[in-house]
Structures are given as C-alpha cells and as structure tokens.
Design a protein around this ligand. Structure first.
Ligand SMILES: [Zn+2]
Length: 355
C-alpha cells in the first residue's frame, strides 16, 4: 500500500486532533500511562496505535518520529519489536500453550504480561503494550490487570482499543486517557482511495459510501476483495431469504449459525435496511449501497416502512447482543429469520399490502 502522510506528518489519514495530541506527547515526553482508542470496527484504531508505538520507539530525531524506516519502526510494523507487546489470544497461545483453547484472555496470561511489563525495556526508553478489543476482557482478567494500570512502571505505555468505550469495564476505562475516533467525511475517504491507485471512479464511490467513513474498512476493501465478496454473499443470502418460506428460513438458520462472519453479515443486512428506510422516506441520495439502488427502489414499494423500521430495530438489537456475547446460536437466527419481512403473497396480505 502506498504510504500517505497525513497533515500532522504521521502516516494516518484523518483523525488530526488525536494525532496532534499524541504527536505533542511524544515530542514533549509527557506521555500518559494508558490510552483507550475507541470507535467502530476498522475505523483505524490499531493503525493509529501502531503508529504511536512506532513514534515512541523510533530512533530517528524527535521531529521525524516515526520515520517509518528505522529498525524500530520496521519491527513495530511487523509486530516483532521486543518492546512492543500485544495482549491477545495469539500471544496467550504462544506463551501459555495449555491455554490455547481458552475462549478469552486468562488471569494467568495477564499475570505473565504484568511481570513482562515490570522488566526494563530491551532497546529504547519505552515499553508499549497493545490490548486490542479491551471490551472482551473478563472481570477476572481486568482485575488482574488493574494494579499495572493503576501504577504502571514508568516506562510503560498501554494502548487499549475498543469498538465502544462504554463496553469497557469502568475500572479499566476510568484509568485510561480517552481517544474517541469518529468516522471521516466520505469525501475524505474517497480522496484517500483515489490516492492509493488504479480503480474505477464507480468503485471508489461505492467503497467510500459502504465504509461509512471507516478509513480502515475502505483501504482494506480496496486492497483485497474479501470484504466485498463477503458483502456480496450477505446480500445474496438476504435476497434469497426475503423470498423464502418459513421452512426454507428455518433450514437456512441452521447453516447461518455455523458461519464465521455472522457480525459482518448482519451489519451488511442492517446497512441494507437503513438504506431501504432512506429510500422509503424520500432520502435515496443518502444511501450507502448505491449499487443496490434498483432492488431498493423495487422493494420500497413492496414492503411497508413500518416493517422496515421494526426489522432494522431487531437487527440492531441482535448486533448489540452478538458484539458483547458472541452468542451466534441457531435459535438466534431462527428468531431473526422468522421476523424478516417476506415478499410472499401470504405475508403481504397479513400485513395489509396489496399489489
Ligand atoms: Zn523510525
């Protein structure tokens, strides 16, 4: 990927205020012990955390940090710097092989990390710990981590990320400096995509819209087709299910509960229903799924807005549940699919619709 240098001299697109704040902290040495970067998935939290870690560990002169090419910057980018640690499942599995099948970060892993942080840095002045998805820490793991968070060794900087700061345990959250990250204007995302290279304007506009301002999503979707393929599959399943009968839906629920990308799928569906509501309320110019306009126009007349609103609420409720509990069971899907509005004549009649 082409490196884009932002207005603040860091390779971060947008998020100027936060970058400015972190940059001043690095230059003055007045770095907080713990930060909580929060914002929706793929908004750029981990990229910013890595860039901040590079700036702290970089060996170039102060105003050039992070230089992006010294040994320290390179090792952080590869996640191999000895003073850059990540408290995640991969680290836990590598350090504690008997915990490989654990479902979350264990107290033992936290204790091991605490003792690792208590040691002096190997190379530079700082030791940086990344804790991704801090909302997933169990109360026990969080409690084991509290002492380090309350009185961290001088040289330690802890960078936690979360898709929603409110989901992080208050004991953790209150000890971190908050760094909320908000979606970028869509025009900004489109400009960044154009700078990256050789894609059609149509694709650039679609990716910018679908990103909802999440620059990380847009860049990843442009780099490889995984996200767009997953979206196409989600839309295809959705279109099929709208036209499916009860028995077919129950069969599909069994399949969907075994899938790996339930959250992505439901987010795609929620985006689609938001768009349908926009079309139904005369605001079609604001839709995200601009390549679905014909289908949305067609269905906007075949489904009542009240049903769209009710089902979108249902999707949002389920998304909130899945994001916090990971309860991707067959029953959850059955309930959802039976509530999914239908294009069958029977359903439409029961809901007072005529052709
Ligand atoms: Zn460097």
């Amino acid at each position: 990927m082409k490196l884009t240098i932002g207005a603040n001299g860091w390779p971060v697109i947008g998020h100027e205020l936060t970058v400015g704040q972190l940059r001043r902290a690095v230059q003055s040495g007045a770095v907080a012990h713990a930060y909580l970067l929060s914002g929706p998935a793929r908004i750029g939290k981990e990229h910013l955390a890595l860039t901040f870690a590079q700036a702290l560990l970089c060996t170039a002169e102060s105003s050039a940090k992070p230089c992006g090419h010294c040994r320290a910057c390179t090792l952080v980018a590869q996640r191999k710097h000895p003073d850059f640690l990540t408290l995640d499942m991969a680290w836990q599995g590598a350090m504690l092989p008997d915990k490989k099948s654990a479902q979350s970060i264990t107290v033992d892993a936290v204790r091991l990390m605490n003792s690792e942080l208590a040691r002096s840095p190997h190379e530079g002045h700082w030791k940086v710990l990344l804790v991704p998805e801090a909302e997933g820490l169990t109360t026990q793991a969080a409690n084991a981590f509290l002492k380090t968070l309350e009185e961290p060794p001088d040289q330690v900087v802890i960078l936690m990320t979360s898709r929603d700061a409110e989901l992080v345990l208050p004991t953790i959250r209150s000890r971190c400096q908050p760094l909320p990250m908000r979606p970028l204007p869509l025009s900004r995302v489109a400009d960044a995509l154009r700078q990256q290279g050789q894609h059609s304007e149509e694709r650039t506009r679609l990716l910018a819209r679908l990103s909802g301002g999440r620059i990380g999503w847009a860049l990843q979707a442009q780099r490889d087709d995984t996200l767009l393929t997953r979206r196409a599959e989600a839309l295809e399943a959705h279109g099929r299910l709208l036209r499916a009968n009860r028995a077919e839906r129950l069969l599909a629920a069994a399949d969907l509960s075994k899938g790996d990308h339930a959250l992505d799928m439901l987010q795609t569906w929620a985006g689609w229903w938001r768009d349908l509501l926009l079309v139904q309320s005369g605001a079609a110019s604001r839709i995200s799924n601009i390549d679905q306009r014909a289908e949305l126009d067609h269905l906007s007349h075949r489904l009542p807005p009240t049903a769209s609103r009710a089902f979108l609420r249902e999707l949002q409720r389920l998304l909130a549940v899945l994001e916090t509990t990971n309860a991707n069971g067959q029953l959850v899907w059955e309930v959802l699919l039976l509530k999914l509005p239908s294009l069958s004549g029977e359903w439409r009649m029961a809901n007072g619709m005529t052709d």
